[in-house]
Design a protein around this ligand. Structure first.
Ligand code: SF4
Length: 332
């Protein structure tokens, strides 16, 4: 990816040209890019947003700037257009090769993160030329590109096919697919290392962690229900359903709103267990950082005996809502 070329292209956008002040939101791994951005955007007042963020679900509202440029993620369609926000996805434009002979499937669903979603049509053709039947699917209204998965939404991986191939680095996305579709075989290909990884072992490890948390929750009395204030994570209505379920079960629930869901923000609340309706991957990947068990809404239903425990249900986000609607109204 040619970062200086990306910055020069952004300067041609009419929203850049007409803005006086610009806020820039960078993922942790790109924060070093501030030096180049400061040099290239030297005709604007710049504000770099220091809070960490992990997805296009996190669009700061009501900031004192004319334009926000968010790097690293594609827009979440069902959150609306955000006229004064540019989502600069940063996709990999270097074509990589993959060893098709190492893929043990005759048919599969092809997926990736946003970084490689522009390469999926090419990979599909390559696999098909070697005799593999490939499905590249449009996701639901939270997903921008065919085949793209988010940590909280794997709708492009669903279907009757038995196998899923994921293209991208790390296990974050393919682990989500494996947890959400536990009966399918999920294989991840890392274009940077050229290695394949079967997600079966990781899936088992995390499922064991999740069932341990469900077991602890089934014996708890006091429940803190976490609702995110981030625009693309807010599920207050789901939290209200959780409150009703818990009250009907004779438990004591209370709702807490948070921006960053971290143990230091929760430790003084008198809860035995937290039900996290914010980003579901905080519940899974950050589980070990919390001093109390944290579960998802669906895990709560299993803990209360309302859902069959034998089939794990992964928490995915499609639609969100929010506590106040003012920022929704202002957005466009
Ligand atoms: S809710 Fe979590 S997984 Fe989903 S887009 Fe936001 S940060 Fe990513």
């Amino acid at each position: 990816m040619d970062f200086p070329a990306v910055l020069r292209r952004l300067k041609e956008d009419v929203r850049y040209k007409t803005a006086r002040s610009i806020a820039v939101q960078l993922p942790e791994g790109m924060k070093r890019g501030i030096v180049e951005i400061t040099k290239e955007f030297n005709d604007k007042e710049l504000i770099f947003i220091g809070d960490p963020f992990w997805g296009a679900c996190d669009v700061p509202q009501n900031g004192k700037w004319d334009l926000l440029i968010q790097f690293g993620h594609s827009r979440i369609p069902n959150l609306g257009l955000f006229q004064q926000v540019i989502f600069e996805e940063i996709q990999e434009d270097l074509e990589f090769d993959l060893d098709v002979n190492a893929i043990p499937f005759k048919s599969l669903v092809l997926t990736s993160n946003v970084t490689y979603s522009n390469q999926l049509p090419r990979i599909k053709k390559l696999l098909e030329s070697k005799g593999i039947t490939v499905s590249l699917k449009k996701g639901d209204s939270r997903v921008f590109y065919p085949g793209q998965v988010l940590g909280c939404n794997i709708s492009t991986a669903r279907g009757t096919e038995e196998n899923v191939l994921f293209i991208g680095e790390g296990i974050f996305h393919p682990l989500g697919i494996a947890l959400a579709l536990p009966d399918k075989k999920v294989l991840a290909f890392n274009p940077k290392t050229g290695e394949y990884q079967d997600m079966e072992k990781e899936k088992r490890k995390f499922l064991s962690q999740r069932y341990g948390a469900i077991d602890l929750a089934s014996r708890a009395k006091k429940f803190g229900i976490i609702v995110s204030t981030k625009i693309g994570q807010t599920r207050y209505s789901l939290a209200r359903v959780a409150v009703n379920l818990l009250q009907n079960a004779g438990k004591n629930p209370f709702i807490i709103t948070l921006d960053l869901v971290r143990d230091e923000e929760l430790m003084n609340f008198p809860a035995d267990v937290y039900v996290n309706t914010a980003c579901p991957r905080v519940t899974v990947e950050d589980y070990g950082t919390f001093s109390k068990p944290v579960i998802t809404f669906y895990e709560l239903q299993m803990a209360l005996g309302l859902k069959d425990k034998s089939r794990y249900i992964f928490d995915e986000i499609v639609m969100t809502d929010e506590i106040g609607s003012s920022s929704f109204r202002k957005r466009n």
